[in-house]
Design a protein around this ligand. Structure first.
Ligand SMILES: CC(C)(COP(=O)(O)OP(=O)(O)OC[C@H]1O[C@@H](n2cnc3c(N)ncnc32)[C@H](O)[C@@H]1OP(=O)(O)O)[C@@H](O)C(=O)NCCC(=O)NCCS
Length: 380
């Protein structure tokens, strides 16, 4: 038994760089800026697919053919309607509830009303993955509307998954570019390896607990500001700066005060974050369409100024801030939108964990007291 508080050098604090399992869900190269879902490049997926196709790919490991996609999309559409108990649960929440707190609790409640929640068959687990993926986006929309005192909307038949998500959030049918923007947000955030929330989902599912428990835990991990949430800081910064002309001065001042530039740098990508460029071009387009390009223009000016100054690229969170603003999504909901996308990756990892399960049980390096005699309370 060791004494003293010094950590041993073989402790990998935060598990950084430790490979904890084999996984075929996604490949990331931080040096080359490459992100593949099941072997498909994120650029191809961003340009050619919708969220339904990507969710199928993540769950099944292969792209669907036309018939498979049609059936899968129909199931996703069917599951987009909230069970009445869940709608009532959202309505019972205080209006000022933190959206991620509401989402975490609602997913836990969803497990109570799913008659298949404890069914461990592969078919039932696959159905639950689809159900959870669909429910999540509807719940995010319901939480937004409840907070604003608006009626919670059911999905509209005939709309795509992304279009319906936008419709249920904002109460109006989205334009083509708004639908594309939602699809992009959902596709680009859907999967990113063994990040904290995905790892949480795997740890919980590896105990052979149920998928609702795993996803509830994952939402709890994503809620933390070291994981989801940098894009909220980006939009706050844009509002604080207020105009393109003030960007340069703000950047210099922030640098002088040794401040962090939110939306820049990445723990894995040392070069371009491959997801950022797609959000950037759509943010530009929506800014022009909405007749309010200033938030994009400021973002572009910030990128031009900050990148050479700190030698860090902008990450996925940077342009997603102005993009979501243009989509009419309140900043308090940004992390929930992330969850509505990452649910596909979480479920893919839970299914993968169960396909070849081993309980996850690391050990720690003990830095506490050596064994000592128990003192009766009168002698302390
Ligand atoms: C993402 C992040 C946590 C990665 O941290 P990391 O793995 O320590 O990154 P690096 O090793 O490249 O950074 C080393 C140094 O570069 C500088 N740096 C990195 N990102 C910076 C940023 N956005 N602004 C200013 N300086 C930064 C810092 O001096 C940092 O040293 P520190 O750890 O003492 O603060 C970090 O870049 C960051 O805080 N970015 C802003 C928040 C953000 O956008 N998060 C979303 C990520 S998708």
């Amino acid at each position: 038994m060791s004494e003293g508080k010094e950590a041993k050098p073989d402790v990998a604090k935060g598990l950084k760089g430790i490979k904890a399992a084999d996984s075929s869900v996604c490949y990331i190269s931080g040096e080359e800026g490459i992100l593949l879902y099941r072997g498909y490049n994120i650029h191809d997926l961003a340009e050619n697919t919708d969220f339904e196709e990507v969710a199928y790919l993540l769950f099944k490991g292969e792209l669907p053919n036309e018939k498979e996609l049609k059936e899968f999309s129909a199931l996703m559409a069917e599951y987009q309607t909230l069970p009445p108990q869940l709608k009532e649960f959202v309505k019972s929440l205080p209006r000022d509830v933190i959206p991620m707190t509401a989402l975490r609790s609602a997913i836990s409640i969803a497990g109570v009303y799913d008659s298949e929640a404890e069914d461990e068959s592969t078919e039932a687990n696959f159905r639950k993955a689809i159900r959870l993926t669909s429910l999540m986006a509807t719940l995010v929309a319901a939480i937004r509307r409840h907070r604003d005192g608006d009626e919670i909307l059911d999905p509209k038949p005939g709309l795509s998954f992304a279009a319906n998500t936008m419709f249920m959030l904002n109460g109006v049918e989205p334009t083509e570019d708004e639908t594309k923007a939602m699809d992009l947000l959902l596709i680009l955030h859907a999967e990113h390896g063994f990040n904290a929330s995905t790892f949480t989902a795997r740890v919980i599912s590896a105990t052979l607990s149920d998928i609702y428990s795993a996803i509830t835990g994952a939402i709890g991990a994503l809620k933390g500001k070291l994981h989801g949430g940098a894009n909220i800081e980006v939009i706050k910064t844009l509002h604080e700066i207020g105009s393109v002309e003030k960007v340069e001065e703000w950047v210099q001042e922030t640098r002088a005060n040794k401040g962090k530039f939110m939306g820049f740098g990445h723990a894995v990508y040392q070069v371009e974050d491959p997801r950022a460029r797609h959000l950037k071009s759509l943010s530009k387009r929506l800014g022009i369409e909405k007749g309010d390009p200033v938030w994009y223009d400021m973002s572009e000016k910030m990128e031009e100024t900050i990148k050479p100054l700190i030698n860090k690229n902008c990450n996925v969170d940077f342009y997603s801030a102005s993009l979501q603003y243009y989509m009419g999504i309140p900043k308090e909901l940004f992390t929930c939108i992330f969850a509505a996308s990452r649910i596909a990756g979480w479920c893919a990892h839970v299914l993968e964990q169960w396909a070849d399960n081993k309980i996850i049980r690391p050990s720690s390096n003990y830095t506490g007291q050596a064994e000592r005699p128990y003192l009766p309370i009168s002698a302390r």
